[in-house]
Design a protein around this ligand. Structure first.
Ligand code: NDP
Ligand code: 8X3
Length: 257
C-alpha cells in the first residue's frame, strides 16, 4: 500500500534499471516521485502504478532541464508539497576502448551525463532543497568512482569526476538542511552493459556470465534506506558489490553451461 505522499522526490534516469526500481521504493517511503528521462512512456510504466509523475528530461540539455524543473515546481505547488530529494541517477558508460583508441564522442557523452548532468540538476534545485528545510541529494556513483580498469578510462574518469562533485557538495552544504549521499555500486545487471556495448546483448550478457550480479532493486533499497533516515543522519556513502565481485577487476566466475 502506497502512503499519502508528504514530500516530492525527483529521480533522473527513471525509465530503466536502478532509477526505475527506485520509483516504487521511494513511493513506499512516502514520496511523490517525479521521474525524468528521455523515454517518458517507460517512466510512466513505473510511476503510474504508484501515483507518481513521468516527465521528459535530457540531463545533457539545459532547455530540457529548465522545462522539467518548471513542471516539477508547478506540480509541487499544486500539491502543496516541497521538493525534498533529488536522486542523480541518469548516466552510464559508452564503450570499453583503451585510451589509445578512445572515441571523443563517447567520452563527451559520458562526461555530459554523469558529471555535468549531476551539476546541472543540482545547481538549480539547491534553493528548493534548502527551502524545504530537509533536503537531500543522492548521487548514484560507482566503484568506478574510485577504481580504474583497462578500457574503462572514459567512464571511470567521469565517475571519479561525479564523486568529486558529491564530496564537494557535502563540504559546501555543511550548515544547510541538505544531506548529501553517494551510493557506489559494483556490477548491477540492468541495461547498463547493453547501452555500453551499443545494443550488443550477447557482449552485455558476457559481463555477468558465471557470476551473480546485483539487481536494480538492491540499489533502490539502499537509496530508499538512506533517504528515510532521520534528518540529522547523513549517510555519506554506501559501497555495494555483489558477493562475487571483490574489485572492479576481480570477479569470481563459475563455469557456464
Ligand atoms: P540503465 O541503462 O538501465 O539506466 C540508465 C538510465 O539513465 C535510463 O533511465 C536512461 O534513460 C537514463 N539516461 C541516460 N542518459 C540520459 C540523459 N541524457 N538524460 C536523462 N536520462 C538519461 O543503467 P543503470 O540503471 O545501471 O544506471 C543508472 C546509474 O547507475 C548510472 O549513473 C550508472 O553509471 C550507475 N551505475 C550502474 C552500475 C551497473 O553495473 N549497472 C554500477 C554502478 C553505477 P533514457 O535513455 O530513457 O533517457
Ligand atoms: C558500473 C560498474 O565496474 O562496470 O559502474 O564500472 S563497472
Amino acid at each position: 500500500m502506497i502512503p499519502t505522499p508528504r514530500k516530492i522526490a525527483i529521480v533522473t534516469g527513471a525509465s530503466s534499471g536502478i532509477g526505475a526500481a527506485t520509483v516504487g521504493h521511494l513511493a513506499a517511503a512516502g514520496f511523490h516521485v517525479v521521474g525524468g528521462a528521455r523515454r517518458v512512456d517507460r517512466i510512466s510504466a513505473v510511476t503510474d502504478p504508484v501515483g507518481g509523475t513521468a516527465l521528459a528530461l535530457d540531463v545533457t540539455d539545459p532547455a530540457s532541464i529548465e522545462t522539467f524543473l518548471a513542471n516539477s515546481r508547478q506540480l509541487a505547488e499544486e500539491r502543496q508539497l516541497a521538493i525534498h530529494l533529488l536522486v542523480n541517477n541518469a548516466g552510464g558508460a559508452l564503450g570499453l576502448d583503451r585510451v589509445e583508441s578512445a572515441r571523443d564522442d563517447q567520452w563527451e557523452t559520458m562526461y555530459r551525463t554523469n558529471v555535468l548532468g549531476t551539476m546541472r540538476m543540482s545547481r538549480p534545485l539547491l534553493p528548493d532543497l534548502i527551502a524545504s528545510g530537509d533536503g537531500h541529494i543522492i548521487n548514484i556513483g560507482s566503484i568506478a568512482g574510485f577504481e580504474t580498469y583497462p578500457g574503462g578510462a572514459g567512464y571511470t574518469a567521469a565517475k571519479h569526476g561525479q564523486r568529486a562533485v558529491t564530496r564537494t557538495l557535502r563540504l559546501e552544504l555543511l550548515g544547510q538542511p541538505v544531506r548529501v549521499t553517494e551510493i557506489a555500486p559494483g556490477l548491477v545487471e540492468t541495461e547498463f552493459s547493453v547501452v555500453r556495448f551499443e545494443g550488443d546483448t550477447e557482449r552485455a550478457q558476457g559481463v555477468y556470465a558465471g557470476m551473480e550480479p546485483l539487481l536494480a532493486e538492491d540499489i533502490a533499497e539502499c537509496i530508499a534506506w538512506a533517504a528515510s533516515r532521520p534528518a540529522h543522519v547523513n549517510i555519506d556513502e554506501i559501497v555495494v558489490r555483489p558477493r562475487d565481485q571483490a574489485a572492479a577487476t576481480l570477479v569470481h566466475r563459475r563455469p557456464v553451461g
